[in-house]
Design a protein around this ligand. Structure first.
Ligand code: CDT
Length: 311
């Protein structure tokens, strides 16, 4: 059998601090139209796709950052994107900063179907970086100051004729992310990211950013028999250079499409969701081969607890 979902990974180049929402939405609509021209069912935009990556700055009064958050979705400026999706019949997945009515702040992705209706919202689970301003860094990574940890964890939703999951940026580095969704039958996982090439806590990792990016998504796809769509905001944004290399990964772990630029660029793949079963029903037949009775530490403890020798 074949169940084809044609997916577009809509990489974005830099968004400046002063760029208006309206200018950014113009870019998203343009990519959505390109995707329609290439017969996409669904377009995936990056993490925090409506603004610059503002956690690179420390603002003593956090409410000064409110302008980077969305308090309604769709809102006045983003409505156009939903209307265009409906007109074209192309769904999308959009990352943005959410400010809830009761004052919570989350880094989220929203999945919208081809009728312009929201299917699901995912709140980022693994929040990287630091809480306190660190004057020794060339730029900050204050996600732990600007965002709370998503309380809901990882879900999957039936849409576009398949079973879809979402994760955001740092989530992609954790095997639990994919396995949680794999255990719910995910067939395609959508992941937006902003990854600076400079990693202040350990710059020896800087030249490995691309390797690690592919490593985690290829492994997550293969070990769970799922498609993975990884979409960057790349290029030099407000002086900070970020990884691009958006890519679409098959359930085999192979890369089937990859961006070649560091700017706005759409890459497309026709993904057969039934291909997932080649892995889900053989090597990674969870029902037959998994041993949850010996995996207790994975949910039972957070950090390392040295075990007694031999265990
Ligand atoms: N946005 C995001 O999660 N970025 C992190 C950067 C490394 S942690 C400072 C990432 O995992 O790519």
């Amino acid at each position: 059998m074949t169940r084809i979902v044609t997916v577009g990974a809509a990489q974005l180049g830099p968004i400046a601090r002063d760029d208006t929402r309206s200018a950014v939405v113009d870019r998203l609509v343009d990519l959505l139209r390109q995707a329609h021209g290439l017969r996409c069912d669904l377009v995936v935009f990056p993490e925090l796709a409506l603004t610059t990556f503002f956690p690179r700055w420390y603002l003593e009064d956090r409410s000064e950052a409110d302008g980077f958050y969305e308090s309604e979705m769709p809102g006045a400026e983003t409505k156009r994107l939903f209307e265009e999706a409906k007109r074209l019949g192309v769904g999308f997945c959009l990352g943005y900063a959410e400010l809830t009515p009761d004052g919570h702040r989350y880094n989220v992705s929203l999945l919208v179907d081809g009728s312009g209706e929201a299917v699901a919202k995912f709140r980022k689970v693994h929040i990287p970086g630091h809480v306190e301003h660190d004057p020794d860094r060339p730029f900050q990574h204050l996600e732990r100051y600007y965002f709370e940890e998503g309380p809901e964890g990882f879900g999957v939703w039936d849409a576009f004729g398949g079973r879809f999951g979402m994760a955001i940026c740092n989530d992609r580095r954790w095997p639990e992310t994919y396995r949680e969704m794999g255990l719910q039958g995910a067939e395609m996982i959508l992941i937006g990211y902003n990854t600076p090439l400079h990693y202040a806590p350990d710059p020896t990792q800087n030249p490995l950013q691309s390797f690690h990016n592919h490593l985690v998504m290829q492994a997550g796809a293969y070990q769970n028999g799922t498609w993975v769509v990884g979409v960057a905001k790349g290029g030099t944004e407000e002086g900070v250079e970020s990884l691009a290399q958006s890519a679409i990964y098959a359930p085999s772990g192979q890369i089937v499409a990859q961006a070649i630029s560091t700017s706005d660029e759409l890459i497309v793949a026709r993904c057969d969701l039934d291909w997932c079963d080649h892995y889900k029903k053989t090597l990674f037949d969870f029902d037959t081969y998994r041993r949850p009775e010996v995996y207790g530490r994975i949910t039972g403890q957070k950090g390392v607890v040295p075990g007694p020798e031999g265990n």
